[in-house]
Design a protein around this ligand. Structure first.
Ligand code: AMP
Length: 222
């Protein structure tokens, strides 16, 4: 990848926009590291760590976890040696305070943001998207009941795993709170980055491959 694209990339958009799916594709294709605060929190909840216990209540309610907790989590992620290859932030920053803290952390490391990619979606469609989604418990591959079913029912195409996970917060009720949090707390970071001329929009309603192609174009990789 080009030097420019090795700078951190942010994928931004409401829950269900497809950030995780695209981050995984970028990770596979370009060897970048996906830093997903949602995934890190879910792992902490599973472990039952103090951090996980603190975050669980917020996650179940569809509310944002406190900024200081999230900022510490990303600071740890950025220390990892693999992150030097370049990384994609998926689910962070979600508030202007997190965005400002990220700038400070990157500056300290002599890094600057590459692109902030906003995945624009039709919010009416998001409920259908999130209520049908699941991931393979073994390899983490993402599926959807209607849009991306497994080829053989109940068997992961990628690793043959037979157990799938559905997120407890992927339900219509919690989704309302998650969307409200997105509008009130996360959307204000769009003008924050727009002013700096690093914001790009892609059509998140297109198919997975078409969205991936748009992102590759933004990154100058095609
Ligand atoms: P996600 O998997 O990105 O949809 O995140 C799931 C949940 O984790 C969110 O609804 C929040 O409760 C919490 N979360 C993830 N990332 C952040 C963040 N950057 N700031 C605050 N809360 C977060």
């Amino acid at each position: 990848m080009t030097a420019q694209a090795a700078n951190p990339i942010i994928l931004l958009g409401p829950p269900g926009a497809g950030k995780g799916t695209q981050a995984r594709l970028l990770e596979e294709k370009h060897g970048l590291i996906q830093l997903s605060t949602g995934d890190l929190l879910r792992a902490a909840v599973k472990e039952g760590s103090a951090l996980g216990r603190e975050a669980k209540t917020y996650m179940e309610a569809g509310k944002l976890a406190p900024d200081d907790l999230m900022i510490r989590m990303i600071a740890d992620g950025l220390q990892k040696p693999e992150a030097r290859r370049g990384f994609i932030l998926d689910g962070f920053p979600r508030t202007v305070a997190q965005a400002a803290a990220l700038d400070a952390m990157l500056e300290q490391k002599g890094l600057s943001l590459g692109h902030v990619i906003v995945m624009a979606v039709d919010e009416e469609a998001l409920i259908t998207r999130i209520t049908g989604r699941m991931t393979c418990a073994k390899c983490g591959e993402g599926y959807h009941d209607s849009f991306k079913p497994t080829a053989k029912p109940g068997v992961c195409d990628k690793c043959g795993g037979t157990s799938f996970i559905r997120r407890p917060d992927d339900n219509a009720e919690t989704m309302k709170t998650r969307l409200a949090a997105y509008h009130a707390q996360t959307a204000p970071i769009i003008p924050y980055y727009e002013k700096r001329g690093i914001l790009r929009r892609v059509d998140g309603m297109a198919g997975v491959d078409a969205v991936a192609l748009q992102i590759e174009k933004v990154l100058g990789a095609v």
